[in-house]
Design a protein around this ligand. Structure first.
Ligand code: ADP
Length: 461
């Protein structure tokens, strides 16, 4: 790689080990090739035959099928990076992407971790310290203290009364929609805390909890940021991820419908300010709940997100390339004034799961047809004959569309879903097709409970 004057020496590398699998491994490889970088793939025994292995410049099998022994095995991954001569590690999303200890171990091993510093990950990974940092930077947060809940029952009761019921108890180290419990009224407060504390201890290794106002009808709106190592940061517009089942996103869109520039502009600028204040590097997402015209910060994801393509479609920025360039020490090549939002984009997460019970469905894909046409993008790692393994997340493809308006993008998604055929395993495609026929969703601005209520009505019908 040629060194440009604005590139610092710290992030020099020409080979990236991608510490992930599936569609995101394919996506990152594509960005690397376009940047002239070599890639190292890693796989578990279950993924030995996966196509993302053969499209990388080299492939190392790092362990058995269980994720704990392969994609989460830090020592094996660092050893693979050393053996393959990688200078950097891209963690993708999930697995070790928000593990501060891994980012730090990579840096200690002389590798560039493609993400923020381990201390930024640690600050934002603890939802209490994240909230504190955001409050200090002037980012609006959900009402509630920026400190962990004490043990004293009387103090806890007082905090809940000050916030006002309903409240939500959340694990400081929580993630993936787990470690949360809504408390509608005082008489179940202590029981809810005891249950959530136990869950948090088991699932996240820390019993630390905090309390905030439970917003009853919010939308989930998030802001994508990119920052370099030279004090530059921009936000790339907003996404709506309110279509959730069990707090897990199913459909995402950009921009969020009905959000006028006047209300989002100050929030976007506050996010940029927060990044500069904490010395953030790379890409990140500020997640907000939006209710009655106000935004409330809930957490920051210090990594690339599953739904990044909808922002790529509307902003025209290749977020993965921008992330890699930031890690190489390049100066950000766009200013806030250069950021535009053109048209509307939707993403559907296609999961290998039963469309009614949502139970995972493993097995061989016997037939696969993917849609093509203007404004249609499919990010996937599967092919006809691919064996969907039971060991990992059920995401098998992301269907992304882009069109001038929201209504046109919805029509395009209906067309794209009609052209998607997956046989041999069950998928949520029938459910997504029905959702894109729904009148209220077509109107836009539905809240985070809408999908669950819609599913309940469908089941009852
Ligand atoms: P995780 O890290 O597990 O994804 P988040 O804090 O991002 O947890 O919350 C995930 C989802 O939980 C949100 O999108 C929202 O649906 C719900 N949620 C979280 N906090 C609140 C709150 N204060 N009020 C209402 N819903 C909430």
């Amino acid at each position: 790689m040629l060194e440009t004057p604005e590139q610092s020496a710290a992030g020099r590398f020409d080979t990236i080990l991608i510490a992930n699998r599936g569609e995101i491994a394919v996506r990152i490889q594509r960005a690397c090739r376009e940047l002239g970088l070599k890639t190292v793939a890693i796989c578990s025994e279950a993924d030995r035959e996966a196509p993302y292995g053969s499209t990388a410049d080299s492939l190392l099998c790092i362990g058995p099928s269980s994720a704990a022994k392969s994609y989460l095995n830090q020592d094996a991954i660092l050893l693979a990076a050393r053996l393959a001569g990688a200078g950097a590690i891209h963690p993708g999303y999930g697995f070790l992407s928000e593990n501060a200890a891994f980012a730090s171990a990579a840096e200690k091993a002389g590798l560039t971790f493609i993400g923020p510093t381990s201390s930024s990950i640690a600050t934002m990974g603890d939802k209490i310290s994240a909230k504190r940092a955001m409050m200090a930077a002037g980012v609006p947060c959900v009402p509630g203290p920026d400190t962990a809940l004490p043990d004293d029952p009387a103090t806890i009761e007082r905090i809940a009364l000050e916030i006002g019921y309903p409240v939500i108890i959340k694990a400081a180290g929580g993630g993936g929609g787990r470690g949360m419990r809504v408390v509608p009224k005082a008489d179940v407060l202590h029981e809810a805390i005891a249950l959530t504390r136990e869950e948090a201890r088991k699932a996240f290794g820390s019993p630390s909890l905090y309390m905030e106002k439970f917003l009853e009808h919010p939308r989930h709106i998030e802001i994508q940021v990119i920052c370099d190592d030279h004090g530059n940061a921009v936000w790339l517009g907003h996404r709506d991820c309110s279509m959730q089942r069990r707090h897990q996103k199913v459909v995402e869109e950009a921009p969020a419908a009905g959000i006028v520039p006047d209300i989002i502009q100050p929030v976007g600028m506050a996010c940029v300010q927060a990044c500069l204040q904490i010395g953030y590097r790379g890409v990140g997402t500020f997640e907000f709940l939006y209710e009655d015209g106000a935004f409330y910060f809930i957490e920051m994801n210090t990594r690339l997100q599953v739904e990044h393509p909808v922002t790529e479609m509307t902003s025209g920025v290749d977020i993965v390339q921008a992330q890699i360039k930031a890690a190489q020490g390049h100066v950000l090549d766009l200013n806030q004034g250069d950021v535009t939002c053109e048209g509307h984009s939707f993403e559907c997460r296609i999961n290998a799961e039963d469309p009614d019970s949502f139970l995972p469905s493993a097995g061989v894909v016997t037939h696969l047809a993917l849609p093509t046409g203007p404004g249609i993008r499919v990010d996937t790692h599967i092919h006809a004959g691919y064996k969907v393994s039971p060991y990992y997340d059920s995401l098998i493809a992301k269907l992304i569309v882009h069109a001038p308006t929201r209504a046109e993008a919805m029509a395009r998604m209906r067309e794209a879903l009609a052209g998607t055929e997956v046989e041999g395993i069950s998928t949520n495609i029938p459910f997504l097709r029905a959702l894109f026929e729904d009148g209220a969703f077509a109107q836009g601005e539905t809240d985070i409970h809408y999908l669950e209520q819609w599913l309940k009505l469908r089941r009852a019908a």
